[in-house]
Design a protein around this ligand. Structure first.
Ligand SMILES: *Cc1c(COP(=O)(O)O)cnc(C)c1O
Length: 370
């Protein structure tokens, strides 16, 4: 039996190993350890890739979110609307600025923030909406932009799962005044360690971000504002420059796999796929399905060598870290339902057509035998 693991790195790493090694060797020769030319090059490349004027490389995705919020002066006394269905880092960044996150439930079809529920959550203290293009699928940007416009709210994007996604031809990460991205190794564009970046087209925000990530310091002997130390690592930037050249091709492979899943899993018993509206180009970071008998299905698939994951097993509003927000079970029924039923099927560049067919066949045979 052949194993189908959830995310094998071997394929891309083997393909690029020689390039990694020569980047490392250049790095050792040049000794530009901090904020050198690879970081500058990657910031330019990533800004262009996301259709923004600027990008500022930082240590990881969480710092990118935190510094994005700081760069537009959000903090204590401000309310920021966030999705209840996301990776907890999104909301943790809001909490750690001192601002108050106001959670909004997910849409039962797209699993992204339910735009119909945003306006009733806006108060006189609301300053911003932080959207997440979860699983790689762009949010309903037309409606969200119009709400921001009407209520004079800042728009911020968490672009960690949507590298290369488009909403009506426009890149995710280019809608907000500022947007944050992670290059955690499993993302569509993953570093070989921690890395993140912040995008903006606003020159003032750009200048502030460069200070914030570097102690608030424009040069060695000045500190203009209380920043942090969170700089994109030079070596990670070199690896990211190498990998970025392949991202569009890898995303095409992901799209082919997703389309195959959509075709083969249509009308498969009690299984719901995540709706991708016509006007979006998904990055297909994760392929989530909502299923009945979740654990038995996962066990069946595993017995056939097929690994699956869950994103996310527990809605974060039920985690102890967020108990001070005073949400309880029942606060966000759609999110709770998704977390209860969701499993993530393998989707990665290099997953073969016959492997996807095999996964779909095993899902169908599990439900036929019930
Ligand atoms: C991965 C991820 C993050 C955090 O990124 P790190 O680099 O691990 O800090 C934030 N938000 C979302 C939606 C993510 O998927």
């Amino acid at each position: 039996m052949k194993e189908i693991r959830y995310i094998p790195f071997e394929k891309t790493d083997a393909q690029l190993k020689d390039e990694y090694m020569s980047a490392l060797s250049r790095f050792l020769d040049e000794k530009q350890y901090i904020l050198g030319k690879e970081v500058r090059k990657f910031e330019e490349n990533w800004a262009a890739f996301c259709q923004t004027k600027y990008a500022v490389g930082v240590g990881n995705g969480y710092d990118a979110l935190f510094l994005a919020l700081k760069s537009v002066n959000l903090g204590p006394g401000d309310e920021i609307i966030v999705p209840s269905h996301t990776f907890a880092a999104t909301t943790l960044a809001v909490v750690n600025t001192g601002a108050t996150p106001i959670l909004v439930d997910a849409d039962p079809q797209t699993f992204n923030i339910d735009v119909g529920k945003i306006e009733s959550s806006i108060t006189s203290r609301t300053k911003a909406i932080l959207v997440v293009h979860l699983y790689g699928n762009p949010c309903d940007m037309e409606k969200i932009l119009s709400i921001c416009d009407q209520h004079k709210l800042l728009l911020i994007e968490d672009n960690a799962q949507s590298h290369g996604a488009r909403y009506k031809e426009k890149a995710t990460g280019s809608f907000g005044i500022v947007s944050a991205t992670s290059f955690y190794p499993v993302k569509n564009l993953g570093a070989l360690g921690d890395a993140g970046i912040v995008n903006t087209s606003d020159e003032n925000v750009f200048e502030k971000l460069k200070l914030l990530r570097n102690y608030g310091s424009p040069d060695k002997h000045k500190m203009i504002l209380p920043g942090v130390n969170s700089r994109l690592d030079e070596l990670q930037a070199a690896f990211l420059n190498i990998k970025l050249k392949h991202l569009a091709t890898w995303n095409k492979e992901r799209k082919k796999i997703a389309n195959q899943y959509y075709r083969h899993l249509q009308d498969t018993g009690p299984l719901q796929t995540c709706m991708q509206p016509e006007c979006v180009e998904s990055a297909n970071h994760i392929f989530p399905v909502l299923v009945k008998e979740r654990d038995k299905l996962r066990a069946h698939l595993l017995s056939k060598g097929i690994h699956t994951l869950r994103h996310y097993p527990l809605p974060y509003h039920l985690e102890p870290a967020f108990s001070h927000l005073n949400y309880t079970r029942g606060s966000f029924p759609v999110t709770e339902n998704i977390c209860e039923k969701e499993i993530s099927l393998p989707i990665f560049p290099g997953l073969k057509e016959d492997e996807v067919s095999f996964i779909c066949k095993e899902i169908r045979s599990f439900y036929r035998s019930r």
